[in-house]
Design a binder for this molecule. Structure first.
Ligand SMILES: Nc1nc2c(ncn2[C@@H]2O[C@H](COP(=O)(O)OP(=O)(O)OP(=O)(O)O)[C@@H](O)[C@H]2O)c(=O)[nH]1
Ligand SMILES: [Mg+2]
Length: 271
């Protein structure tokens, strides 16, 4: 099997981490798991160490304090790339991302695909037990993102993803500053800007039953602010006939090429 790493960031997930890791190990036994814990006061890091001591497929990366989801994934990606993993998976610890859907996501990573998105908002996708205001926030945020960034992906904020190593290598990870939901949008727009092919696969997202969500007003605010800024920059450039993203001074790609990639996505996503 292609060397595969499932990265699970944690902050105060002691009630969830053992079950989530066990479910991933059962669903994809050949994949390795990396828990990235930001010094959780509830002892999640120690619980993850115990899992790692019992199972050589499980590793833990400890960071001293909470620095946000984007920073945790950045560290996890660097860890995995340095160790030669070819496929890197993003997954929440809180049970929202079903491990039994992981084989389906991994199977969707064909040689032409750069990113597989587990999507709530394509036909066949669902959310379970979400309060109505969360559904509207997610739907509204996605509609706004699609409009401003001119992309066709339905679930830009989904955090259940499969990246190919090459994708992470071209998107200038050190330049990514986004932390919350915005981190997911940022990674997606960079993948598309590099003319990456993105595939959306329907998933059922289940509201966490244990522990507390880290969603907060500043996280929503960050997403709103950054997406608006990216959108305005894109429109400004388009006005001058320069509809190009420029990322890290290294990669440029025409947005219409990126959009063509997304249209292909939808045929797959709905197929
Ligand atoms: N290492 C690390 N993990 C984090 C941080 N913030 C959130 N996480 C983890 O990231 C995953 C997603 O966080 P959630 O609390 O579920 O937040 P969310 O998924 O954005 O919010 P909901 O939509 O309400 O579930 C969980 O496994 C969290 O424990 C952080 O600052 N550092
Ligand atoms: Mg969650």
């Amino acid at each position: 099997m292609t060397p595969t790493l499932v990265i699970i960031p944690t902050y105060n997930e002691v009630a969830n981490i053992a079950r989530t890791v066990a479910q991933v190990r059962a669903a994809a036994p050949e994949a390795d798991v990396l828990v990235v814990d930001d010094g959780s006061p509830d002892g999640t890091g120690a619980a993850a160490d115990e899992l790692a001591a019992r199972d050589p497929h499980v590793q833990v990366l400890h960071r001293p304090d909470k620095r946000g989801l984007g920073a945790a994934y950045g560290a996890g990606f660097r860890w995995g790339l340095a160790r030669g993993y070819e496929v890197l998976v993003q997954m929440d610890a809180d049970g929202s991302h079903r491990a039994d859907e992981l084989p389906k996501l991994l199977a969707a990573l064909t040689p032409e695909t750069h990113l597989v998105l587990g999507s709530r908002w394509v036909p066949g996708g669902a959310v379970v037990d979400w309060p109505r205001h969360r559904t509207w926030l997610s739907r509204g945020g996605n509609a706004y993102t699609r409009l401003l960034l001119g992309i066709g992906v339905r679930d830009c904020t989904s955090g259940y993803r499969v990246y190919r190593r090459g994708t992470l290598e071209v998107i200038d990870l050190p330049a990514v500053r986004s932390q919350g939901y915005c981190f997911q949008v940022d990674m997606l727009r960079r993948t598309l800007a590099a003319d990456g092919q993105v595939v959306e696969v329907p998933i059922s997202f289940i509201e966490r039953s244990q522990g507390e969500s880290k969603m907060s007003l500043p996280i929503v605010g960050e997403a709103l602010w950054r997406v608006t800024r990216w959108g305005l920059a894109r429109w400004g450039l388009a006005r001058w006939g320069l509809a190009r993203w420029k990322l890290g001074g290294r990669w440029t790609a025409r947005t219409d090429l990126a959009n063509a990639a997304v249209r292909r996505v939808h045929r797959v996503g709905r197929g």
